[in-house]
Design a binder for this molecule. Structure first.
Ligand code: SF4
Length: 334
C-alpha cells in the first residue's frame, strides 16, 4: 500500500509490482503525478515535465497496480503485522506493508506578509510563475509585458521567523531556470535574482548559473529583500541591502517572484505523528540516515522521497528505488 501517487510513490509501485506483488496506490488528488503536475520544464536540463510525468504514469499502467485517486488518508496504523489506512469516509485499505510517499508542499508565501504575496497582484510565487509559463507568456497582472523582474530566493527557508532553518535545496537552481526562461521569452527585459548564497551543488547547476549570466544577462545581487510595496502604478518597490557592498538599495520591478521553499505536506506530518515517526519541521523520520533511511521504527512502514526532507526529482527516484528493495526484502522475509 503506497500513500502518495507522486514520483516517489509511482516509482516504488512499479518496482514492487514487477516483482510479483499487488500494489495499491492511494492518491489524494484526482490525478497522479504529485508536484510534477505543476511544472513545465525541469531543472537543470529543461526536461519536459509532461513527458516525465507520462513516463511515470506508463510505468504504473500494469495489471497488479491499483490506483485509487481522490483518496485522502487520515489514519495509518498497524494491527497484527498488517497495515491499515483509513480515509475520511471511513473506508479502510489494508496491506502487508505501507510506504509513506506523501511528498512535500510549497511554502505558503502569505506567511511572509512583508513581501506582499496575496496583497499585491504583481507579487507571485515560483509556482505561479510556472503556471503562467504554461501559457507561453509572462505578463503583469495588468496584462503588460514586464520590463524588469526580480526573483527572491529563500522564501520560507533558512528563515528563523517562520521556523524553517533548513535549506530547501531546489529553489536556487529553480530561480536560475525561471530567470533563464523569462529572458528567453522577453530578451530585452531586466532580470534580477536576490540571494543569500547561490547553492549550485547539483550536476550542471553551476554551468546553468554561469550561462544565465553570460548568455542571458541575469543579474545576481547578494541580499535579502526586507519589504515589498506597490507603487501608484501597481509596480512593486522592493527594499534590500546589497550585502557585498553593504549599501541599502531600492528597486522598482514589474513582477516580484518569491522562490518558495519545500515544507512537509500536511499528510506527512499527521501520519508520521500518528506513528511516532515525526521528525523535525513536520517531516517523517527514518530509522537512520545512512543505511536505514527508508525504514522506520515501525516494522512494515517505509519512507520514500521528500516526505523525509527536501529532495530533487532524481534523488527522489533513487530513494524510491532504495525503498522498493527494502520493502521487497521485508515481504520476502515476513
Ligand atoms: S536552495 Fe537556495 S533559495 Fe532555496 S533555501 Fe537553499 S539557499 Fe535558499
Amino acid at each position: 500500500m503506497i500513500i502518495g501517487g507522486g514520483p516517489a510513490g509511482l516509482e516504488a509501485a512499479y518496482n514492487i509490482a514487477i516483482n510479483g506483488y499487488k500494489v495499491t496506490i492511494l492518491e489524494k488528488d484526482n490525478e497522479i503525478g504529485g508536484n510534477i503536475k505543476k511544472w513545465v520544464k525541469l531543472f537543470p536540463d529543461f526536461g519536459d515535465a509532461a513527458e516525465i510525468r507520462k513516463a511515470f504514469a506508463d510505468k504504473v499502467n500494469k495489471g497488479n497496480i491499483e490506483i485509487q485517486t481522490g483518496v485522502e488518508i487520515s489514519e495509518l496504523y498497524s494491527e497484527n503485522e498488517k497495515w491499515f489506512a483509513k480515509n475520511g469516509n471511513n473506508v479502510i485499505y489494508s496491506a502487508d506493508a505501507a510506504l509513506l510517499a506523501t511528498g512535500f508542499e510549497a511554502f505558503d508565501a502569505r506567511r511572509k506578509e512583508e513581501l506582499g504575496y496575496g496583497i499585491y497582484d504583481n507579487v507571485i510565487t515560483s509556482v505561479d510563475f510556472e503556471e503562467m509559463y504554461k501559457t507561453g507568456k509572462i505578463l503583469t497582472a495588468q496584462g503588460t509585458v514586464p520590463k524588469r523582474i526580480a526573483f527572491l530566493n529563500c522564501v520560507g527557508s533558512r528563515d528563523e521567523k517562520v521556523g524553517n532553518h533548513y535549506c530547501s535545496r531546489v529553489c536556487c537552481i529553480n530561480a536560475v531556470k525561471q530567470a533563464t526562461e523569462f529572458k528567453e521569452l522577453v530578451p530585452d527585459a531586466e532580470a534580477y535574482c536576490f540571494y543569500m548564497d547561490m547553492r549550485m551543488a547539483g550536476q550542471f547547476y553551476e554551468e546553468l548559473y554561469r550561462k544565465s549570466q553570460e548568455k542571458y544577462n541575469v543579474n545576481y545581487i547578494r541580499g535579502r529583500i526586507s519589504e515589498a510595496a506597490a507603487t501608484f502604478d501597481k509596480r512593486i518597490q522592493i527594499k534590500s541591502e546589497d550585502t557585498l557592498t553593504g549599501l541599502p538599495m531600492k528597486m522598482t520591478v514589474d513582477i516580484l517572484v518569491l522562490m518558495v521553499g519545500i515544507e512537509s505536506s500536511a499528510s506527512t506530518t499527521e501520519l508520521s505523528r500518528q506513528n511516532g515517526i515525526n521528525g523535525e519541521y513536520g517531516f517523517a523520520k527514518s530509522l537512520g540516515l545512512y543505511i536505514s533511511d527508508n525504514l522506520t521504527k515501525k516494522a512494515g512502514l517505509f519512507l520514500a522521497g521528500s516526505c523525509k526532507r527536501p529532495l530533487t526529482l532524481p534523488e527522489t527516484v533513487a530513494d524510491s528505488r532504495a525503498a522498493s528493495v527494502q520493502i521487497l526484502n521485508y515481504l520476502k522475509l515476513n
